[in-house]
Design a protein around this ligand. Structure first.
Ligand code: ZN
Length: 189
């Protein structure tokens, strides 16, 4: 059953009672910070609360594993928009322990796709078209390795200005405790 009817009913009441007033803010991030984190459900409310983030404070980008997988993909484009158009000058990649991207196997995911009706012909066509599904659907060996790889990609990105600083952190998804893997300083000119 779809979650949408309940969402729409809540939405109507939310707007009618002007609950939105507590959230009014500008599109510019008050803390001039971008957070790239995981879509994990445990972090939806916990991460902002545990980091003291309120509406309007940051640009939040969510993707499985907090992974920036491509230097010219949509996550990196969002980072560049935040930096050049919205005034952000600090980036935090926040992975978490117990992440579903740890050891993600493309075979398990593709088997699941086959059982849900995706045909072997479709997979073969993608393969012949040069789409490397197995590489694309492979996770990381640990959240730490994933975060550090994403931090490295951002720090060395040719379109990221030298004065932007990039941090790598890991959150404990039960307590919200942060562990610092690496803190950034502006790149040397
Ligand atoms: Zn995760």
């Amino acid at each position: 059953m779809s979650a949408l009817p309940e969402i729409l009913a809540h939405n109507a009441a939310f707007v009618a009672s002007r609950e939105y007033e507590a959230f009014l803010t500008s599109p510019l991030p008050n803390k001039r910070l971008v957070i790239i984190t995981c879509m994990d459900t445990r972090l939806v409310e916990l991460l902002p609360k545990a980091m003291g983030i309120r509406n309007g404070d940051v640009k939040m980008i969510k993707t499985a594993g907090a992974v920036v997988s491509h230097p010219f993909g949509s996550v990196m484009r969002s980072v560049l928009m935040a930096v050049y158009q919205l005034g952000a000058d600090e980036i935090a990649v926040v992975g978490h322990h117990g992440c579903g991207m740890t050891g993600l196997s493309p075979e398990v995911l593709l088997d699941s796709a086959r059982r849900r009706g995706v045909s072997q012909d479709t997979l073969a066509t993608l393969d012949h078209a040069g789409v490397d599904l197995r590489h694309w659907l492979t996770g990381f060996e640990s959240p730490e390795v994933g975060v550090l790889a994403s931090v490295d990609l951002i720090r060395n990105h040719p379109l990221v200005p030298r004065d932007v600083i990039v941090h790598g952190l890991i959150m404990q998804p039960d307590t919200g405790k942060l562990e610092v893997l690496t803190t950034g300083e502006p790149k040397n000119p």
